[in-house]
Design a protein. Structure first.
Length: 224
């Protein structure tokens, strides 16, 4: 499967040059011209993000801080200049590397490849294989089936994490609600059924067997 790179820059010529380069080198490419667009497209879970710092609406540092709440891939900042304090701030917000403009495409390509190799090795170490086809990375909060990621929303993954970590054990709706949403949250445990439905829909779309079983009148469990 081709890795996907999200290129974020408000300069069209830079976006065009980088897109052409990475497409030629067999990557998939997404682009964003504003910080807000970058935040939206980061939700599609690219494998690496090239992020310009000087964006016209939401700057790259703010974008990095916001997307780190739901994105774990490497982020490489692109900037016209970089001071030591900028680097410290960027690394503190979750950035992984810097490239100062103008830069060599070959060097950028080499750095991207190195980051993706490290990311791949890290993911492989952290994955727990529940069977020959299903793997869950509980650290990175990602689920894979036949090597392909099945993207889950936060609460969906929380439920999968709870059930898969106690395979065969039955959890009632109220119990799942308390453990996933918290005792002090105001809400209705019936929301659990809707999240289970969404999980099953995504599993079915990926060709997965029904790992989440209903025990009628009792609750749900992860199939052994």
């Amino acid at each position: 499967m081709k890795e996907t790179i999200l290129i974020v820059d408000d300069e069209e010529d830079i976006v065009s040059t980088l897109s052409d380069y990475f497409l030629y080198n067999d990557y998939q490419v997404m682009t964003a011209a504003t910080g807000r667009e970058a935040i939206e497209k980061a939700g599609r879970q690219p494998d690496l993000i090239l992020l310009d710092i000087n964006m016209p609406d939401v700057d790259g540092l703010e974008v990095c801080a916001r997307i780190r709440e739901f994105v774990s891939c490497p982020i490489v900042f692109l900037t016209a200049r970089v001071e030591e304090q900028d680097k410290i701030q960027g690394f503190g917000l979750g950035g992984d590397d810097y490239m100062v403009k103008p830069f060599s495409l070959k060097e950028l390509g080499a750095r991207v490849e190195a980051h993706l190799r490290r990311e791949y090795r890290h993911r492989e170490r952290m994955r727990v294989y529940l069977d020959r086809r299903l793997a869950i990375d509980y650290t990175e909060r990602r689920l894979y089936y036949d090597g392909q990621e099945v993207v889950l929303a936060k609460k969906e993954f929380d439920i999968v994490e709870l059930l898969s970590g106690h395979a065969g054990q039955i959890f009632g709706k109220e119990q799942i609600y308390e453990l996933v949403w918290g005792y002090d949250r105001e809400g209705e445990p019936s929301v659990v059924a809707e999240h289970i439905r969404r999980i099953r829909t995504k599993f079915a779309a990926a060709g997965m067997k029904p790992y989440v079983e209903t025990v009628w009148g009792v609750g749900y469990r992860w199939a052994k």
